[in-house]
Ligand binder design. Structure first.
Ligand code: GDP
Ligand code: MG
Length: 163
């Protein structure tokens, strides 16, 4: 038995970097096939021996038309609906933006449990954003650095109850 985790958040917060870190090399070429929507990637993740399905989202290559926001929302809808838990990523270096709040308000209305993840927390540059993240009202943020592989044990602990 396994569970599904959707990585959600505005562009550039590090969703794909976290996805790649969780999935590792096993993903490789699978999603480079022509004709496959490139912005909704799925893979089998391993974290501290725990396995789960993970879905990355990007939100800009949906062909259904409409505004960027509508496209992001549609893609997020699909991913969150199919998921047992959503990771809401923010960029702790950039701080909390209006678009982050938009995602938080949107996810709050859905039954899917959400774990708030503050990415880019390596070094000290993420500290102010980490404090701001508490203000989103999504619980305690999990500080990580997807790029440097930091905070992965804490992420594991946060995901454990949903396994
Ligand atoms: P996405 O648009 O949310 O999928 O974001 P990406 O994964 O494409 O990353 C956006 C940018 O943030 C890239 O330049 C990454 O190298 C950078 N990035 C991702 N994770 C980290 C991190 O942990 N620390 C820092 N400093 N940069 C990161
Ligand atoms: Mg991406």
């Amino acid at each position: 038995m396994t569970f599904t985790v959707a990585i959600i958040g505005r562009p550039n917060v590090g969703k794909s970097t976290l996805f790649n870190r969780l999935v590792g090399r096993k993903l490789a070429i699978v999603h480079d096939q022509p004709g496959v929507t490139r912005d909704r990637r799925e893979g089998r993740a391993t974290l501290m021996g725990m396995e789960f399905r993970v879905v990355d989202t990007a939100g800009f290559e949906d062909d259904g038309g409409d505004s960027v926001e509508a496209r992001m929302r549609r893609q997020t809808d699909q991913a969150v609906t199919a998921a047992d838990v959503a990771l809401l990523l923010i960029d702790a270096r950039a701080g909390v933006t209006p678009l982050d709040r938009h995602f938080a308000d949107y996810l709050r209305r859905l039954p899917t449990p959400v774990i708030l993840v503050a990415n880019k927390c390596e070094g000290k540059a993420g500290a102010p954003g980490l404090y701001e993240a508490y203000g989103l009202g999504m619980g305690e943020p999990v500080p990580v650095s997807a790029e440097h592989g930091e905070g992965m044990y804490e992420l594991f602990e946060a995901l454990m109850p949903h396994a």
